[in-house]
Design a protein around this ligand. Structure first.
Ligand code: SAH
Ligand code: SF4
Ligand code: F3S
Length: 477
């Protein structure tokens, strides 16, 4: 297939943080493409973080805006997009696997447009591999140009060539784009895009551009609309939500935003992700004062060792982290705290790993995503020598997870015999006649019922069993 390279990724450009004004693009449908997808279907496979899920909702909105309808059968649709994640090598391995399956399908259905987008194409080596080894792919674009989607599909149809447009710049803010939300009671609300932290292991600052905050008016308007449409819960999204507003040059902060959003009447507010260095007193006070802000905080710590934290460029110490969560526990005594941890960072010693175990015990986390360090080309850590064997890294992960899983269980046990409020998501996957949802503390809760009219409602459930991964209870009348 011929290649049309409108733009190729550049790691060098992705590192730039020029002091340019952030451009806000107000999406408008272009009449030229209005019938592009008439009578045709689409499907989007989404991998990675909530940011990617939110992006897929926008791409679905844009595609439906030009006439496509959602396919019930992904492998039979006219446009298939893979919205990808580059955070760890195993995330990428999965995607190469799915591409393998799509290759066979494309041979049987040559008019199907296959596109790859999201964080992976932002990496130079991934896009080069796609160009060299995945000839059947029609479209390659990244995280910065979703609004070009109709034009890119149009080009692919017209030219029958592989169209590549991956922009490596600081990024823009896209407003007013249509969205097809996955849920009718829970919604993602982006408050900022990008990341300026440059943790030494992490690819995100290169794939997502610089930190840029949406205006508070745009955010509050979106939430007001969601309340009108009957939404019950919002999750505010950003790689470092506590840095919200810093780029806008005003003194309005994330804490102020929480106080303002509490006034919209939305029932539940969650947010992710917080950076420990930027978590401030105002945010903690808002968690105490605002009824809608849920008593759960995901605060990734990554390591419990000060030297490792330093080499990771996390800009806080074990002691500072503990003092922030202790302060938060003073203000919101029943808060549930969860975290992310990386084991096997280059040259991590057994003693340094033990400091992480110590932290997990002292912080009393009620859950953690734990990862083995994965080398990301282009990041500073990729150049660091590493004496820790793969076997040792896997063993550390297993040893750590014993403590982490105890924390999960204890976090459920503390609600035994108590009545919790559950926002009902739907039928449980495991067990007939059961339904499930999340409590305020973000505990997955199952209860006996087959009343589908409860979906999207908040019900009271008395907890009767506490397992490692969930709680079981009885619906209160
Ligand atoms: N912005 C968020 C998290 C983004 S990525 C934050 O700073 O907390 C989600 C998690 O993936 C990170 O918290 C980290 O634990 C993990 N992660 C990121 N890069 C990784 C890598 N190269 N190897 C292993 N885990 C990684
Ligand atoms: Fe990655 Fe660090 Fe930014 Fe999180 S804060 S996205 S871990 S660079
Ligand atoms: Fe993955 Fe990109 Fe999110 S790398 S975790 S999809 S920001």
């Amino acid at each position: 297939m011929k290649n049309i390279k409108l733009a190729m990724p550049s790691l060098k450009d992705a590192k730039l943080r020029r002091k340019l004004d952030v451009e806000t693009i107000r999406y408008k449908e272009n009449n030229k493409y209005i019938n592009l997808g008439k009578g045709k279907t689409y499907y989007i496979f989404t991998y990675g973080c909530q940011g990617n899920e939110a992006d897929s909702e926008v791409m679905a909105g844009i595609l439906e805006g030009v006439g496509y309808t959602l396919s019930q059968d992904p492998m039979n649709s006219d446009v298939v997009l893979l919205n990808t994640c580059a955070i760890r090598e195993n995330a990428e391995q999965r995607i190469w696997g799915v591409l393998g399956q799509l290759k066979g399908r494309k041979r049987e259905k040559p008019d199907m447009i296959v596109g790859i987008c999201g964080c992976m194409p932002q990496e130079e080596n991934a896009t080069n591999k796609i160009l060299e080894s995945y000839d059947f792919i029609d479209l390659v674009f990244g995280t910065h140009n979703r609004d070009h989607l109709p034009e890119l599909i149009y080009q692919a149809y017209l030219t029958k060539a592989k169209v590549v447009e991956v922009l490596s710049n600081e990024g823009t803010i896209l407003e007013d784009a249509p969205k097809v939300r996955q849920s009718h009671h829970k919604a993602w609300v982006n408050i900022m895009y990008g990341c300026d932290e440059f943790c030494t292991y992490c690819i995100v600052p290169y794939t997502r551009g610089r930190e840029r905050s949406r205006s508070k008016e745009d955010i509050i308007n979106e939430v007001n609309e969601l309340v009108k449409e009957g939404y019950k819960e919002i999750t505010l999204l950003g790689q470092n939500v506590n840095a919200y507003g810093k780029d806008l040059g005003t003194d309005y902060t994330f804490g102020d935003l929480l106080y303002d959003l509490d006034k919209t009447g939305i029932e539940r507010i969650r947010y992710t992700t917080s950076h420990p260095r930027d978590l401030d007193e105002k945010t903690m006070l808002a968690m105490r004062d605002c009824k809608s802000v849920m008593p759960h905080l995901h605060l990734p710590v990554q390591s419990g060792d000060n030297d490792v934290l330093k080499i990771m460029n996390r800009k806080y110490t074990y002691e500072e982290y503990m003092s922030k969560i202790n302060r938060l526990k003073e203000l919101v005594p029943d808060i549930a705290i969860t975290t992310d941890i990386i084991v096997g960072f280059p040259n991590e010693t057994e003693e340094q790993f033990q400091n992480t175990i110590k932290l997990v015990q002292n912080a009393k986390f009620e859950g953690a995503y734990t990862f083995i360090y994965s080398k990301r080309e282009g990041t500073p850590a990729a150049k660091m020598p590493d004496s820790v064997s793969d076997k040792e890294k896997h063993e550390r992960l297993e040893r750590l997870n014993v403590y982490v899983n105890e924390g999960y269980k204890k976090g459920h046990e503390r609600f035994l015999n108590q009545v919790v409020e559950v926002l009902v998501d739907g039928e449980s996957k495991n067990g007939e006649g059961m339904m499930c949802g999340y409590s305020k503390h973000l505990k997955l809760t199952h209860f006996k019922s087959n009343d589908l009219s409860l979906i999207g409602k908040t019900v009271k459930v008395k907890i009767t069993e506490a397992k490692t991964w969930f709680m079981i209870g009885e619906l209160c009348e």
